[in-house]
Design a protein around this ligand. Structure first.
Ligand code: HPA
Length: 249
């Protein structure tokens, strides 16, 4: 029995992976409910991968309604060990303009009211996971190497601030986040990363900048702008994923 090990969670703009040869889609149930969509099993560059679009297929589940626990549990249940979590984000720093891809090494969680832990009921003991480094460093380094191989330019560090959404931020909220040390802002980075750590899965983020964050670009942020900017970025992400999986053989 072949063990699946790679999982990819797709964000806005990544509803499917270019180059994925799909074997089957499977509906998986978990003790925490249903994941965002069927799990898509296939091969990328000859390597088994399980794909899950975070916002459903079609894209209908907003960030604060995603069943993060079901998503992470489902991936674990089918044998995934490594999760590459792709996300669309806003760029706070000048060097994180639209289209830039960032592999963050830190995050700050500003979200609230989300089911954020598996350690809730029927506990044998109270558990506090270490989360000093929220992204798994070996996986992060593999992603950086794959980016180099695929000639996909990426920033090797960044701090992802996770807001509640679905509204975008105020300009002052972004100023405060920058003072806190955030270079990116998105709505889905947590509780996803924490839940993966709770289950012992290696998890890293590939963040694609869709727009300058509030107050950092010219004028209003529109969905149309976000969607256009994501097209090129996500095509690059697919190249990166192909190189990543290809190098794991
Ligand atoms: N803020 C929060 N989440 C986002 C943004 C943003 O500007 N762009 C894409 N996701």
């Amino acid at each position: 029995l072949a063990m699946t090990c790679w999982g990819v969670i797709g964000g806005s703009g990544l509803q499917e992976i270019d180059g994925l040869v799909v074997d089957r889609a499977e509906r998986v149930e978990t003790p925490f409910g249903s994941p965002s969509s069927e799990l898509v099993f296939g091969q990328l560059n000859g390597v088994e991968v399980v794909f899950l679009p975070r916002h459903g297929h079609p894209h209908t589940i907003p960030p604060h309604k995603v069943n993060y626990r079901a998503n992470i549990w489902a991936l674990k249940q089918v044998g995934v060990d490594f999760i590459v979590a792709v996300a669309a984000v806003g760029g706070i720093h000048q060097n994180t303009g639209p289209g830039v891809i960032v592999i963050p090494e830190q995050l700050i969680d500003y979200s609230y009211g989300r089911a954020h832990t598996f350690f809730e009921d029927n506990l044998d003991a109270v558990t506090h996971i270490d989360f000093s480094n929220p992204y798994e460093e070996t996986l992060r380094q593999s992603i950086l190497l794959a980016a180099k191989e695929a000639s996909v330019p990426v920033l090797a560090s960044g701090c992802y601030g996770v807001t509640q959404g679905p509204r975008l931020e105020t300009a002052k909220e972004i100023d405060r986040m920058e003072q806190d040390g955030c270079s990116l802002v998105g709505m889905t980075g947590m509780p996803e990363a924490g839940l993966a750590r709770e289950l012992g899965l290696a998890y890293a983020s590939v963040s694609v900048v869709a727009n300058y964050a509030a107050g950092r670009g010219d004028g209003e942020i529109t969905m149309a702008e976000i969607e256009v900017n994501l097209v090129g970025g996500m095509a690059q992400v697919c190249l990166l994923l192909g190189a990543l999986l290809g190098s794991s053989q």
